[in-house]
Design a protein around this ligand. Structure first.
Ligand SMILES: *[C@@H]1O[C@H](CO)[C@@H](O)[C@H](O)[C@H]1NC(C)=O
Ligand SMILES: *[C@@H]1O[C@H](CO)[C@@H](O)[C@H](O)[C@H]1NC(C)=O
Ligand SMILES: *[C@@H]1O[C@H](CO)[C@@H](O)[C@H](O)[C@H]1NC(C)=O
Length: 455
């Protein structure tokens, strides 16, 4: 192995070094449907996340300079949804055509960084537990993700010294900051530099409360419904739409929420298509609702048909079919004993115990650690809307370093940004929940700006 190594370019020596710790077996040598040979190495396999818990990972080295470029962990949310959505539909290098061929994403985040896509927790995607216990909780996930990360650095020791960032989306608003906090309190040799949260679950109350304003000011409610809500939910100039004991208020809010999530709008992208058409009656949809959880409202997803685990209005067909192709599984080193891949696991989602409903204390503690925090939101998402994120950042009472103003991509306003001490708030104009999917160019630009800390 050493002789072979010295005979080849230095880049191959890195792979050979990693091989000592089991990484070489995870090297992906071909991908069904991909006709080009990527110019970067990528690995797919398992990381041990705790006793009997094995998390599937897919790691893509940077297309630029793997040894010195930043190292990013990417987490999708749910809870119960797979980070391979990030890989195949958002910021990963491999994207799918309708005919199941694979093409290289020109806006992939691995143009500038090494990116680790981790399917977490056990039961999500190809990740599994040998005990079959798929019940977990926020603190348990933080610990498991931490263990998986340690196992990653054990397999790939050469990446432990790169600047490390966590980027997490949606329910990842809980996963990202709680993992960062876990890393800091356990003082492992992880070179954590920052955390980015995209359309994150950060504070349930603010998310619910702001959604009502978002809906009204985007033309979704009648004047009579708006007046009803204002009469029943507000007093002395202040409104409570999310935990009001007045039944007239909650009846009106129920009607508002019904308009937002049950009549055929794509909750992840107000101006996007609802795949499958509207209304959504009679179709299976994964329940990944994070809204108004304490209200007692019931919006049961209809259970029927085609592809399990796909949220309403999302087209998950290409990912589902490609990842469940036996040749693809084999290329990614997924044992045949592992379950079929689903975008969002119903089992994990329903058994999940939510512990953190407000991430303020995590932010307060991370802000003191000299990390670079980023809260970014596609501004036409209704699952975790930008206004709730703005209110959340405002509630942290940070010292503003810049005014709220535009940032640019290719000579156009790409959104708005405000920098605070150790935290940046940013919107992406016209992007839905999965920012890199809806606005790939601006999303890559926001990553570059973030890494340069210059907007
Ligand atoms: C969903 O995706 C599949 C595979 O990519 C495609 O063939 C199909 O046309 C899409 N459906 C809609 C409604 O766009
Ligand atoms: C399942 O795992 C969770 C989290 O690790 C734990 O709290 C719970 O006790 C376990 N349940 C069983 C039946 O072992
Ligand atoms: C965070 O704030 C400290 C002072 O509180 C400052 O010295 C440091 O440069 C800031 N870090 C970043 C990444 O902005």
């Amino acid at each position: 192995m050493l002789a072979w190594c010295s005979a080849l370019a230095l880049a191959f020596c890195v792979a050979a070094t990693a091989a000592q710790n089991g990484a070489e077996a995870d090297l992906v040598t071909s991908l069904p449907g991909l006709s080009e040979t990527p110019t970067f190495q990528h690995y797919s396999g398992y990381l041990q996340a705790g006793s009997g818990k094995y998390f599937h990972y897919w790691f893509v080295e940077s297309q630029n300079n793997p040894s010195t470029d930043p190292f990013i962990l990417w987490l999708n949310g749910g809870p119960g949804c797979s980070s391979l959505e990030g890989m195949l539909s958002e910021n990963g290098p491999f994207h799918l055509h309708d005919d199941a061929t694979v093409y290289l994403n020109p806006y992939s985040w691995n143009l500038v960084a090494n990116v680790l896509y981790l399917e977490s927790p056990a039961g999500v995607g190809f990740s599994y537990s040998t005990t079959g216990n798929y019940s977990t909780s926020d603190p348990q996930v933080a610990e498991d993700n931490y263990n998986a990360l340690l196992d990653f650095f054990n397999k790939f020791p050469s990446f432990a010294s790169n600047n490390f960032y966590i980027f997490a989306e949606s329910y990842g608003g809980v996963y990202g900051p709680s993992l960062a906090q876990y890393i800091i309190s356990n003082s492992a040799n992880i070179n954590l530099k920052g955390v980015g949260v995209g359309n994150g679950m950060t504070n349930y109350a603010l998310n619910d409360q702001s959604l009502i304003y978002f809906g009204y000011y985007h033309g979704l409610f009648s004047e009579s419904l708006w007046n009803q809500m204002n009469q029943a939910c507000c007093s002395g100039g202040s409104c409570n739409f999310y935990s009001n004991s007045d039944s007239n208020c909650m009846n009106a809010v129920y009607q508002a929420l019904y308009v937002i999530q049950d009549i055929g709008l794509n909750i992840y992208n107000l101006y996007g298509q609802c795949y499958g058409g509207a209304p959504m009656n009679g179709r299976y949809a994964a329940d990944v609702a994070n809204l108004f959880r304490d209200s007692g409202f019931t919006f049961q997803p209809q259970i029927e048909a085609a592809i399990p685990g796909v949220p309403m209005c999302i087209n998950g067909t290409a990912m589902y079919e490609w990842l469940n192709n036996p040749e693809v599984r084999s290329a990614l080193h997924i044992p045949t004993s592992v379950q079929s891949w689903e975008l969002c696991s119903h089992t994990v989602g329903t058994l999940y115990q939510r512990t953190y409903t407000d991430m303020t204390s995590f932010y307060q503690s991370l802000l003191q650690k000299n990390l670079q925090l980023l809260v970014y939101n596609g501004d036409v998402d209704m699952a975790c809307n930008f206004l709730g994120a703005k209110w959340f950042v405002d509630s942290l009472n940070l010292q503003a370093l810049t005014q709220y103003g535009p940032w640019y991509f290719e000579d156009q306003i790409a959104g708005y940004v405000q920098q605070y001490k150790n935290l940046t708030l940013l919107t992406v104009k016209g992007a839905g929940h999965m920012v890199p999917e809806y606005k790939p160019g601006p999303a890559l630009q926001l990553l570059k700006n973030y890494l340069a800390n210059s907007y």
